[in-house]
Design a protein around this ligand. Structure first.
Ligand code: UN1
Length: 497
């Protein structure tokens, strides 16, 4: 089956007619043929989005919200179908694929409600017979560039707020999951979104992404993906003064103190480290453990890791699915070598799993004796590999947690309320969990991170609207005379001195 780009409300091939294949990472079978966009298609898509902006901006926001509600309903109706496709195209186990789709449903209804909010504010003004207010305005054409690891959830965090605020979109999904990108956009078509308001182009080539970022009519770029690509986008967009929101890497840690609920911590660590095969931005890749509980915890984790079953995510017996592609497999394996060369001790895993001879499977891996500055404790690996670092105290745990280039998510397990509040205050990441692993953010709160993880913006929640709106301050003077702010204040009040 062939999947096309969507430009100006029409399903079209790329300008050159070229196609490429989307591949199932569990068995290397072709999921579908995809039309490959060229730079010329970027122009057409941006022009279509630009042409649609005028009337979409003027469509009352409650009406825009209603279309989002309809999109939410279409997503609900197609949840199972999309989840099955998601597992086939990206590899995560089916229960998690359903969660990915559910996150978009949640976001559709949350942002649909913004159609009747999009709150601005009024404030008193310093002159009589004058009124002041600040309102949110749409910005224009937004480029949405998203990764393959959450092919429905992450685009939904960006597309729904952009649309409800009155912007139009050119969406470029990851070349690893183009079909999910296309099927997500079909939801908007079926929900009745006017032509041109959302456009999708799919392409594996870097030039297409670059052309999109550079296009003079693109005013906002919202990107989730690698640090390398994100910083390159920011550098390029910065030359043109474009607004850029970046969500990049993570190196998230769970801290377990001696007084933790042991069984809960074990479950949460396994889920955070090996769920989605470690391919979440929020995945736990460092375990910071207090010395007293460390031996017992390592033993339990090793035993539990040993029995995890790798396989196709569509099979109910599978605990851990494949990595996305061969380069990802090679990268994770390279880090197994780096860890050993650095002097860390392999407790389990460290091998490519090739039982079926097909697909990109890696054995869930635990490294012990890791020190905070080793590469395996500092660099994003994006796979099922957990580095265990022992510490003496909460203070040392916080220091290790924060001494990292990334700052997305962190977590602590403790039954001590004072320790928990200290951690909430001192863990310097964008997301902090108490007695829960590092994954599982909900859409009504800001999502993003400090340091190298981002550039100060957040997806989701009310914060998500900031990326896609600009503030307009409006002053209405109904006094009928010239009232000069900051100058005539005293005179007008009749008490000039
Ligand atoms: C991501 O990995 O980019 O908090 C998104 C979580 C999910 C979203 C992760 N709700 O783990």
């Amino acid at each position: 089956m062939k999947f096309q780009n969507y430009i100006g409300g029409k399903w079209v091939d790329g300008a050159s007619g070229a196609i490429y294949h989307s591949v199932n990472p569990a068995n290397e079978e072709i999921v579908g043929e995809v039309a490959q966009a060229e730079v010329a298609d970027v122009d057409s898509a941006v022009e279509a989005a630009s042409a649609a902006f005028h009337s979409w901006r003027l469509t009352p926001a409650p009406r825009r919200g209603e279309i989002l509600y309809r999109a939410g309903q279409v997503l609900k109706d197609r949840k199972e179908e999309l989840a099955q496709l998601l597992t086939r195209e990206m590899g995560k186990v089916i229960a998690e694929a359903r969660g990915d789709a559910q996150e978009a449903i949640d976001m559709a209804f949350y942002m649909g409600g913004e159609g009747r909010r999009l709150l601005g504010y009024t404030a008193p003004v310093e002159m009589p017979n004058k009124f002041g207010m600040a309102v949110r305005e749409p910005i224009g054409v937004c480029a949405i560039i998203t990764p393959w690891n959450f092919p429905i959830a992450v685009p939904s965090w960006k597309i729904f707020p952009a649309l409800v605020a009155g912007n139009t979109i050119v969406y470029k999904p990851s070349p690893e999951t183009p079909i999910l990108g296309i099927e997500f956009v079909r939801v908007f078509e079926d929900a009745g979104l006017p032509p041109g308001v959302i456009n999708v182009i799919t392409a594996p080539s870097v030039e297409v992404g670059q052309a999109l970022v550079r296009h003079p009519k693109v005013r906002v770029i919202s990107f989730t993906g690698s640090t390398k690509t994100g910083t390159a986008i920011a550098a390029e967009a910065g030359k043109f003064g474009k607004k850029v929101a970046l969500e990049m890497g993570g190196k998230n840690a769970i801290t377990v103190l001696d007084d933790a609920n042991f069984d809960l911590a074990v479950e949460a660590i396994l889920w955070s480290a090996f769920g989605t095969t470690g391919q979440r931005c929020t995945a736990c890749s460092r375990l910071i453990v207090q010395k007293g509980i460390a031996p017992k915890l390592k033993e339990a984790l090793t035993e539990r890791t040993r029995v995890l079953r790798l396989g196709d995510g569509l099979l109910p017996s599978t605990d851990v699915g494949p990595l996305i592609n061969r380069p990802a497999l090679d990268k994770v394996h390279k880090y197994a070598g780096i860890g050993q060369a650095e002097g860390a001790r392999l407790l389990i895993g460290g091998k490519i799993h090739s039982a079926t001879g097909r697909g990109f499977f890696y054995e869930p891996t635990l490294f012990d004796n890791v020190t905070a500055n080793m590469r395996i404790a500092q660099e994003e690996i994006f796979g099922p590999m957990l580095s265990i670092i022992e510490v003496a105290s909460l203070e040392e745990a916080v220091e290790v947690n924060n001494n990292c280039n990334y700052g997305l998510s962190s977590s602590i397990f403790t039954e001590n309320v004072n320790a928990a509040f200290r951690a909430m205050r001192d863990l310097s990441t964008g997301i902090v969990y108490i007695n829960h692993g590092t994954t599982g953010a909900e859409i009504q709160f800001p999502f993003g991170g400090t340091r190298g993880t981002g550039n100060g913006h957040r997806d989701a929640g009310q914060a998500g609207l900031e990326v896609f709106t600009e503030w307009k301050s409006i002053y209405v003077d109904y006094s009928g005379r010239l009232q000069r702010a900051q100058i005539d204040t005293d005179a007008i009040l009749g008490n000039a001195n």
